[in-house]
Each structure stands twice: as structure tokens, then as C-alpha cells.
Write a protein of this length. Structure first.
Length: 318
């Protein structure tokens, strides 16, 4: 019961205090989307999370409604196949890691659907590039798989990409399938050797290598996300070029724009595809998913390693 007012026992200060408005509550601020993880940068009106190693994108505040994002997921590229001694031809180029993205700069047939985030933890896995240990006539090592939200947090679809397929060794094994397939190497018989197959929606096939005693003894290029690896060819640059990757142009000017997932060069001498694919004698570029180059007889230069993968998540600041 309120305190009685002077001169009027039937009234109380409680009623008057109740109407002063002092007890009013300040409205809560509107929730804003907040996320952390990877290397976070803000460029203009866009935020980027770049992952070059495995981790998590943590959405601590989902905001007033699900947040639409763009993603790029690239798996690790494979190493090229090696040549051999005492005699041998060129190894096939390594296939690029598989690539998936829903950004509008990706061609429509390959572009993924819209994707939204709510509060939660989204696992990120980055596939490593295939190693090139230098074994005689060795088949290239496949790249590792990459993924975003693989367990499907908050009912979101997992985005997974397959590591690139290793290039065929000189007269040894076969070109491997992968996100993009490895190139065929110098063959054990007179028939040309086939490239490995790429995964639909992620990459393309590797190029064809030459048959035994079929000059110029070259390997096929590894497949890329944007094009198949080229076949071996006549002339001093007998290795097939790696297939080009795909170009992504983000919504603000950033070094993250460019080509990803280019195939590696076939040997004897070849060029890698745009998107980190290796030229003869060089490793593929890290965090592009590019394929490594095939080795040249007599393993000089030897086959080279594939490039590691990457995951990028982008969204507007408001």
C-alpha cells in the first residue's frame, strides 16, 4: 500500500509515483549480424573471411534474419606424375582441386544456389596440396578435400569439394580422378594414355599423354575448374598445358579476386593453367588449389607439388 498523502487519507503517493514514467524500459537495440573466424577483413561495404587452414566460422549473433552470403570453396590440387631413369618420357600434370561457389561472377551452369547463415559454428576444412616425393616414375599424389559446414549446421547444406587427381607417371599407373583429373603420362604401350576424370560441377578431365615411342613423349596437362587439360603436342613444348581455372571477382576491390583451381603442366615442358597451376619445374601456388607439374626425364626437373585449398565467405556489412 502506498504512503498516505497529507490531508487525504484515501489517496496515496503510490498512485502518483506509478504514473511518472520513471519505470519505463529503454527498447533493446536491434540485433546485428556478428561473425569471426579465419582472416577477417572489411573492404568498403563487404566483409571477407579467408581460411587458409582448417577452423570454424563462428556466428555469435545471427541478426534479425538469416544472413545471405557468398562462398568459395576450393580443394587441394594434386602433384604431377614423375618421369624416370634410365629412360622415360614426361609425367602428366596434376589435376586442380574441385571448386564450388555461388558468387554471381561464376558462370551460371556451375554457380551454386543462395546460402544463408544463422547463429552457430560452421566448420571449415582446407585440403592440402598433393606432395611430390620424387619417386622414380611415381604417380602424382591426390590433393585433399575441402569443405564448408560439412556436418550441415543449422540445416545448412554442406559445401564439399574433391581434391585434384594425381598425374600419371612415366610408363606407370594411370592418371587419377579427382575434382579435376590428372593428365596422362608417357605410356607403356603405343596407344595414348587417358587423363583422369573430373567431378561434375567441380572441375574437368586431364589431357591425354603420348604412347610409348610416340614422339615427343609428352604428358597431358591436368584438368582445371574452367577447362580440361590439353593433350601432349609436337614441338619443343611437348607437354600439354594445364586447364584454366575459374575467375571470381568479388564485390569490392580485393586481392582475393582472381583465378583459382588451374591444372598443372604436363611434361616435358608445359605451362600451368590460370589459377595457380604449376609450370614445369615449379610448385603450384599455395591456397589456389592449382595442380603440380609433371616430371621431365631424367627427373630433371622432377614432378612438383599441388597447391593447398582455400575457403572464402563474404557478406555485406548491412
Amino acid at each position: 500500500m502506498g504512503v498516505r498523502s497529507l490531508g487525504n487519507e484515501s489517496s496515496s503517493f503510490g498512485y502518483k509515483f506509478g504514473t511518472t514514467g520513471l519505470e519505463a524500459v529503454t527498447p533493446a537495440p536491434t540485433p546485428q549480424f556478428q561473425a569471426s573466424g579465419g582472416t577477417k577483413t572489411t573492404v568498403g561495404s563487404w566483409v571477407f573471411h579467408q581460411f587458409t587452414s582448417s577452423g570454424s566460422l563462428v556466428v555469435s549473433d545471427g541478426g534479425p534474419s538469416p544472413k545471405s552470403i557468398y562462398y568459395l570453396v576450393v580443394a587441394g590440387g594434386a602433384s604431377g606424375g614423375n618421369s624416370g631413369v634410365p629412360s622415360g618420357g614426361g609425367g602428366g600434370g596434376g589435376g586442380a582441386g574441385g571448386l564450388r561457389s555461388n558468387h554471381p561472377s561464376i558462370p551460371a551452369p556451375l554457380r551454386g544456389s543462395s546460402y544463408s547463415l544463422t547463429k552457430g559454428t560452421y566448420p571449415v576444412v582446407i585440403g592440402g596440396g598433393g606432395s611430390a616425393p620424387g619417386g622414380n616414375n611415381a604417380v602424382g599424389t591426390n590433393g585433399g578435400n575441402s569443405s564448408f559446414n560439412a556436418p550441415g549446421v543449422n540445416s545448412g547444406a554442406p559445401i564439399s569439394c574433391t581434391g585434384g587427381g594425381g598425374g600419371m607417371g612415366n610408363r606407370n599407373g594411370t592418371a587419377q580422378p579427382g575434382g579435376s583429373g590428372g593428365g596422362g603420362g608417357y605410356g607403356p604401350g603405343p596407344s595414348p594414355t587417358s587423363g583422369g576424370s573430373g567431378t561434375s560441377g567441380e572441375g574437368n578431365d586431364g589431357g591425354i599423354g603420348s604412347g610409348y615411342n610416340v614422339a615427343p613423349y609428352g604428358g597431358g596437362g591436368g584438368g582445371g575448374a574452367g577447362a580440361a587439360g590439353s593433350n601432349f603436342n609436337a614441338g619443343p613444348n611437348s607437354g600439354g598445358p594445364g586447364g584454366n581455372g575459374l575467375q571470381i571477382t568479388w564485390d569490392e576491390t580485393t586481392p582475393l579476386s582472381g583465378y583459382y583451381a588451374g591444372g598443372g603442366a604436363g611434361a616435358y615442358v608445359g605451362t600451368g593453367g590460370q589459377g595457380g597451376g604449376a609450370n614445369t619445374g615449379s610448385n603450384a601456388t599455395a591456397n589456389t588449389g592449382g595442380g603440380g607439374a609433371g616430371g621431365t626425364h631424367p627427373n630433371n626437373p622432377a614432378h612438383t607439388a599441388g597447391g593447398s585449398g582455400i575457403v572464402i565467405v563474404s557478406y555485406p556489412t548491412s
